[in-house]
Design a protein around this ligand. Sequence first.
Ligand code: HEM
Length: 412
Amino acid sequence: MIFRWLDERLELKKFKDKFLAKTFPTHPTFLLGELALFSFVTLVLTGIFLGLLYEPSTKMVSLFGSMVPAAYASVVKIDLLPMGMIIRRIHHWSAMIMIASILTHLARVYFTSAYRKPREINWLVGLGLFGTSLGASFTGYLLPYSQFSVTATSIAYYVSKSVPWIGGGLSRLLFSGEFPSDGTVPRFFFLHVMLVPAVLVGLIALHLLILVKQKHTEPSANRIRKESHGGKKLIGIPVWPEQVVISLSFYFFLLFVVSLMATYVPLNPIEVYGPPAPGTPVMRPDWYFLPIYGFLKLVPGNLSLSIAGGKITPETIGGVIFPAVLFLLLAVIPFLDRVKEPLNYVENPLHRPVMTSIGIGGGVFLGMTAISGYLDVFRIEPGTMMLYTVLVPLVAWGICYTLLRLYNRRRE
Ligand code: HEM
């Protein structure tokens, strides 16, 4: 009844026939992109709850007899509400799961060559999503305005200041003046709840539109099935109702797991960290910023040079050049590893020794830079760790390449 009423006005049936009847190929790894999408949905829902109660201000207010910044006090009060702390933890856990699923989704696309023609543009849009998601996490760090928030954000402040030529203006724009100052929290609040989510929504929509237009790659087993049946159509299940039911079940399962984690595993306990205080305690960022944090520790403190009036400091090398080079290397992959015919089936990573071994070596390199974030704990000299950071990935690459070449020689 309602459907017919709406259909007469909005021609829903046309939409159903055009989009909901589309086929989606099935493979468990194709759920990784959805995992990122669903984590984003949870972030938005829990973020609305937090945003209604949070106070983006550093004016000093009284909390249990002590004077603390209003932002910090408002988050402590959220934690004291029934379900408040759990919802805040679900928000933080979902951010971690979103970044983890983006990374594994990126790895899936890389190792199966799904970035190849015609999907180069979607690979670049995906990289934009990755960078923006990191931006969302980073701007969220500061909001509780705890000792941890201020220490972590001040590292980023000095990094942004170190960008040659434009560092001063850039840091003033991002941090609304010097950091810490009264302007930074409202600026980050705007970035975190308005600008960054809006960019994410736009990029996700573009990513999925391109995906619908280009069609998803299929598991390689479908090639044999098609050849034996002489069929040409994509093999999979229709979006409505099968894929929607699978996706919804998957989402509810994810919610269950995240709620369980939020109940039993504490995250960002701001009551333990306390409000900002003089002195800078050693605090490590969440795991996904560890490679940058670790690389910063590896760069010799006296390494600096001047080019055309711009100064390159250790912060520039570790915090700006290093991530920029990583993103650039990822961006050029589809343009170096090219094919003439459009790719319809995912490739088997075992059949691609060069790309797979480079991927494994690159992953180990990032792991080593992340471990470098713990130099003080392991008591390793930066110079020695730098050597390991170069050698271990090279060994991993060499072993992987040799084994895959042997495997493929036997197969041929
Ligand atoms: C917020 C982040 C992201 C979301 C929500 C997202 C979502 C999705 C979804 C739902 C799919 C279809 C299912 C699948 O193949 O897993 C997909 C496919 C794809 N994504 Fe993403 N993605 C994100 C980030 C990325 C990143 C970081 C990259 C790579 C740099 C990327 C590149 C691609 C490509 C090339 C495809 C097509 C794969 C194929 O046809 O086999 N995406 N994405």
